[in-house]
Design a protein. Structure first.
Length: 362
């Protein structure tokens, strides 16, 4: 809920609070909102500049950087981490600006994979045919060391400065790890079997890749659930209004829902269970006031309805009409929800621990 000064003035006119209290309360609200993410021009500049800087040392690293060699990449990454750490301290302690400080803390974490990659190249543990830029595009078990180091640095940065945005690169790294663990586990289960071995039959190769993709899907689902559980634990243990768990919720639900949605099933029962899981996600998101679950749940429900339309009832005259009626019913449900939102939320939240309720947050 957004409160402006006009509302406080109206409360003064109605005798709810006096003018001095309104002034004091407005000053308090301004101080509280100063370092909260919001759609203002200075905050837009903060995030634009911070994400450009993070992208420059991570996602948008070009092949030209490979000419620096392992030592050069290591030194550049360490220089970036040092400057970002100094800026984090400067913004947080001297300027009292939490948002740019959080962006700089995230830059420290985002530069860690490049530093580890440079060190591995220097020590001869990394082949020249796997450039750093593939870290963000190619699934490979060899990235695991870089990801573990990033998580360690991220934990240290979060412990040192307690800035919520520094969780963002940690969450992204956990998401990457959910994908990169699959080939590592596959190699363990198959004894490093090479699917391109000419001695393997075409059927053996097909079976290998089929089991590999199934393993990736289940790994994504399991890791996503683990991250979501961790995010809920962070919410439950939170002792401040800062939202440390947002990025964990986003990464966890993306990994879980992505893995679940990529699975194919020939059974209508299996597809219906998928539908029910998405309904549960939607309700869960409403209960804990995390819209990310509601959004992904709604996408899953829409995907299931699309399946019914194009596969199960593709020649039916009744199904589109029934779907339109269902849609109108959902709209009417939204109207009823808005009218009784306070009572509905209160009823839902009776089943949710108080510390998981984060009103107004994503």
């Amino acid at each position: 809920m957004q409160i402006d000064r006009t509302q406080l003035d109206n409360a003064v006119r109605r005798g709810i609070i006096d003018d001095a209290q309104a002034t004091a309360l407005w000053s308090f609200l301004l101080a509280e909102q100063k370092d909260r993410p919001q759609f203002s021009f200075n905050h837009l500049l903060y995030y634009l500049g911070g994400m450009v800087a993070i992208g420059g040392v991570s996602v948008f690293v070009t092949l030209g950087w490979e000419t620096l060699g392992g030592v050069g990449l290591l030194l550049v990454a360490l220089a970036v981490m040092t400057v970002a750490a100094w800026l984090t301290h400067h913004f947080l302690v001297e300027q009292k600006l939490a948002i740019p400080a959080g962006l700089m803390a995230a830059l420290v974490v985002a530069a860690t994979p490049l530093a580890v990659y440079g060190l591995q190249r220097t020590l001869g543990y990394w082949p020249s045919d796997a450039p750093y830029r593939e870290y963000h595009t190619i699934v490979d078990r060899r990235w695991i060391v870089m990801e573990l180091a990033t998580l360690a640095v991220g934990a240290a940065v979060l412990w040192r400065w307690r800035l919520p945005f520094s969780v963002m690169p940690i969450a992204v790294t956990l998401w990457y790890m959910s994908m990169d663990l699959a080939p590592l586990l596959q190699a363990t289960l198959t004894g490093n079997l090479d699917p391109n071995d000419p001695n393997l039959s075409s059927e053996q190769q097909r079976n290998f890749w089929k089991s590999y993709w199934e393993l990736r899907q289940w790994m994504s689902v399991v890791v996503g659930l683990v991250i979501v559980t961790g995010a809920i634990a962070v919410d439950f243990c939170a002792r401040s209004q800062r939202d440390y768990a947002f990025w964990l919720h986003l990464a966890g639900v993306t990994a879980f829902w992505g893995g679940l949605s990529s699975m194919s099933s020939d059974s209508e029962i299996g597809k219906f269970i998928y539908f029910l899981i998405n309904v549960a996600m939607l309700l869960f998101g409403a209960a804990i006031e995390r819209r990310i679950y509601t959004v992904f749940g709604a996408l899953g429900i829409a995907a299931y309805l699309g399946h019914l339309s194009y596969k199960v009832f593709k020649d039916s005259l009744i199904f589109p009409v029934a779907l339109m009626l269902i849609g109108l019913g959902v709209v009417w449900l939204g109207v009823l929800w808005q009218r009784h939102e306070t009572a509905i939320n209160s009823a839902l939240q009776r089943w949710v621990p108080k510390r998981l309720r984060r009103t107004g947050q994503v």
